[in-house]
Write a protein that binds this ligand. Structure first.
Ligand code: NAD
Ligand code: IPM
Ligand code: MN
Length: 322
């Protein structure tokens, strides 16, 4: 049976890199059908649509979703990011944001909680526009949400080098940090074979640059995970190489690069499509096509040798497929 894949090119370089991802997936010979969704900033500016409930309903019946990137300077920040991307992650309960870093000899993975934390949108503005205005922006951390994320990280570590590092800021965020740390310690008891460590997020930034070899699986909250994974991309060959899986195990899941719509390079053919291509490989892995996923990953090995325009890099990956 052909896999049914919903494709959202999105904004900026999103459609440019997704075209290369689809090119590579097609070249593998794997059977798939695509349903294209015209969503993102341009669609919003045209008719006000961000993401309606019927579309989400359709997505639940697909096998996977493949996204380029969304967001454009022409739309105020947050409208598309919260209204589309975060709505997608939250409504489909894609609670795991999995970001592997494998380029340039690196081999670690960040498991980022993907439905809570500062992203939950708790807060508001009071007396807006007056000298007495107040803005609050809370962080939601549930035992349920934290525990399922930490368990996922330990399960993953069991199939890797059996090591999990919790990254947080327990020395300052004493409420959420306490919940994360206790949950981590309690889950760890169920995995006696897995070694554990803890880093404050600021120190983790040092080790990402100086000593990333210390990491196997990192588990962290939504906002720390967002920031750390851009750094992860930067230290392991560049943001244009880093893929993401947004997972709800056994349900429709979504695959996208770590990077955004890069309005500064849109239309210049400078966008590296490897992150999108590797996100496609993660999607195929999730769909049970492990052999094909591996062929794509192998074709993307030594990415520094893959140079040229966006389309030329896509062609080179196709040429390297065996
Ligand atoms: P960005 O990731 O789009 O760009 C940051 C820098 O990385 C830029 O200099 C850009 O040129 C470079 N870059 C990104 N992808 C690249 C690639 N494939 N090849 C080469 N260089 C690449 O981050 P930003 O500029 O902060 O955000 C731009 C927009 O994208 C914003 O609207 C933001 O909200 C959105 N965004 C969307 C997603 C997503 O859809 N998943 C992710 C991040 C940011
Ligand atoms: C990412 C992006 C998103 C995030 C934005 C665009 C909402 O930066 O996928 O890393 O913060 O999660
Ligand atoms: Mn990000």
């Amino acid at each position: 049976m052909a896999h049914k894949i919903g494709v959202i090119g999105g904004d900026g370089i999103g459609p440019e890199v997704i075209a290369e991802g689809l090119k590579v997936i097609s070249a593998t010979g794997v059977e798939f059908d695509t349903v294209f969704y015209d969503l993102g900033g341009e669609r919003y500016l045209r008719d006000g649509t961000v993401l309606d409930d019927n579309t989400i309903k359709e997505w639940r019946d697909l096998d996977a979703l493949y996204l380029g990137a969304i967001g454009t300077p022409a739309v105020p920040p947050g409208i598309i990011e919260r209204g589309m991307l975060l709505k997608m992650r939250f409504e489909l309960d894609l609670y795991i944001n999995l970001r592997p870093f494998i380029a340039l000899g690196h081999d670690f993975v960040v498991i980022r909680e993907n439905t809570e934390g500062a992203y939950a949108g708790e807060g508001g503005l009071l007396r807006k526009g007056t000298p007495h205005e107040i803005a609050t922006q809370g962080s939601v951390n549930t035992r349920y949400g934290v525990e399922r994320t930490i368990r996922y990280a330990f399960d993953l570590a069991m199939n890797r080098k059996k090591h999990v590092t919790l990254v947080h800021k327990t020395n300052v965020l004493t409420f959420s940090g306490d919940l994360w740390e206790r949950t981590f310690d309690e889950v760890a008891v169920d995995y006696p074979q897995v070694g554990t460590d803890y880093n404050h997020v600021d120190a983790a930034c040092i080790y990402f640059v100086n000593d990333p070899g210390r990491y196997d699986v990192i588990v962290t909250d939504n906002l720390f995970g967002d920031i750390l994974t851009d750094l992860g991309g930067a230290v392991s060959g560049g943001i244009g190489l880093a893929p993401t899986a947004n997972l709800h195990p056994h349900k429709v899941s979504m695959f996208e690069p770590v990077h955004g719509s890069a309005p500064d390079i849109v239309g210049t053919s400078q966008a590296n499509p490897i992150a999108a291509i590797l996100s496609g490989a993660m999607m195929l892995e999730h769909l049970g096509e492990s052999g094909t996923a591996k062929r794509i990953r192998n074709a993307c090995a030594n990415p520094a040798e893959l140079t040229g325009s966006t389309a030329e890099i896509g062609d080179s990956v196709v040429a390297r497929l065996i």
